[in-house]
Design a binder for this molecule. Structure first.
Ligand SMILES: [Ca+2]
Length: 390
């Protein structure tokens, strides 16, 4: 009798769980993807569509709070389903960081840390909860040559396994390695690549350098890409920030020129498929037929060194390395109407900025990269309350 009751009870639980699962299963959303979604991309779209809008943050939260210290060039942050942070360090380390708990190190093999290359962007598959897939942008050494690769691993029990090379041959160099990776609202993976110190690559549509690339989750080329290759847009020098606003418009930040005497001309661009963003032919406000002009540039006398991009409540945020600020560009009708500098010189060089699941901004300092003044506790991850930004 006791057994039968147990079985009955278990049965009821299974039915309740199944009902809850059905209720939680997201409905398809209408998307304007010209390419017919495969089963995989459909799953991604459904996973993306269920991502919650960041909550409005209370002004009772601290304006700034240091969450982690003594890091070594933290390059990117991804948020795991349990709310902890996954943080990449450029020298090739990956950490799980949760406030008040010991840091967990995850081994990443075959990273070549050289100049601006190393372990760069990280992003979770939109359906990470189920498939545990993590994407990494890594500089590596292939027969003595620097090459950047996009890798896909399974991340389970703080261990990487099932390595797959999604993109093998992105030009690499000591400088201009790009490196930000991000899934778009269309379920495709977007990748920013630098010209790797050969500026003519940016105009060469056959090269993967100086581009924004767009691939399926397995690295294959979507049928609706503009040139039948991974290339989505070109004429970029060293883009390191991409993000979509609430209308699905893609924004990008990009490092401008550096010569012995000239700097500045950093860019905020609105990215459209197949378009040419001008490097190295035009910069700043200069125009040329068939080339796009930035929505904002830093001018010749100011250098932001924009290293990231995040979008929150009508503002495009980006970290400034040389500019030593968190920049906030106000976006109205696809125009940048205002540009503010937050925390100017307070934290030193700022690299990544991400919006957390709690609606707060998370930034990393980058004073250990050899170009900054190291402050006590550098490098850091700092949480910023956006409702208290002036
Ligand atoms: Ca440009």
């Amino acid at each position: 009798m006791k057994n039968r009751l147990g079985i009955l009870f278990a049965g009821i639980i299974v039915i309740i769980a199944a009902a809850a699962f059905v209720m939680k299963t997201p409905h398809k959303t209408e998307t304007e993807t010209p390419e017919k979604p495969t089963e995989d991309t459909q799953a991604i779209l459904e996973a993306s569509s269920t991502e919650p809008t960041p909550p409005v943050v209370s002004s009772n939260m601290p304006a700034t709070e240091i969450l982690a210290e003594n890091l070594d060039i933290p390059w990117d942050i991804a948020f795991l389903p349990d709310g902890s942070m996954l943080v990449s360090e450029r020298p090739g380390n990956l950490f799980v960081i949760q406030q008040g708990k010991p840091r967990i190190a995850i081994d990443v093999p075959d990273v070549r840390h050289v100049g601006e290359g190393g372990l760069l962007g990280i992003t979770l598959h939109p359906n990470f909860k189920q498939n545990k897939l993590l994407y990494l942008y890594v500089t590596t050494d292939v027969k003595g040559e620097f090459v950047n690769q996009v890798l896909r691993y399974k991340l389970e029990n703080n261990t990487l396994s099932n390595k797959e090379v999604i993109l093998a041959n992105i030009p690499g160099a000591q400088f201009h390695d790009g490196g930000r990776i991000q899934f778009g609202p269309d379920g495709m993976l977007y990748i920013t690549t630098g010209d790797a110190r050969d500026e003519d690559r940016a105009q060469d549509k056959k090269s993967l350098g100086g581009k924004i690339l767009r691939v399926r989750e397995d690295g294959s080329i979507p049928a609706d890409n503009p040139f039948g290759s991974e290339v989505y847009s070109y004429g970029h020098r060293n883009p390191q920030g991409i993000v979509w606003d609430e209308n699905g418009t893609l924004w990008e930040t990009e490092h401008g020129r550096t010569t012995a005497t000239l700097t500045g001309m950093d860019e905020v661009n609105l990215i459209e498929k197949g378009k040419n963003y001008g490097w190295p032919i035009i910069e700043g406000d200069k125009t040329a037929p068939g080339m796009e002009v930035p929505k904002r540039n830093s001018g010749a006398n100011d250098t932001w060194a924009p290293a990231s991009a995040a979008y929150l409540n009508g503002s495009l945020f980006f970290g400034g390395l040389r500019g030593e600020a968190l920049y906030e560009a106000t976006i109205v009708d696809n125009k940048v109407t205002d540009l503010k500098e937050h925390f100017k010189k307070e934290f030193g060089r700022i690299r990544v900025v991400r919006v957390g699941p709690d609606g707060m901004l998370y930034i990393s300092t980058s004073n250990q990269d050899g170009r900054g003044t190291v402050q006590k506790g550098d490098d850091k991850i700092i949480r910023i309350n956006p409702s208290l930004l002036k």
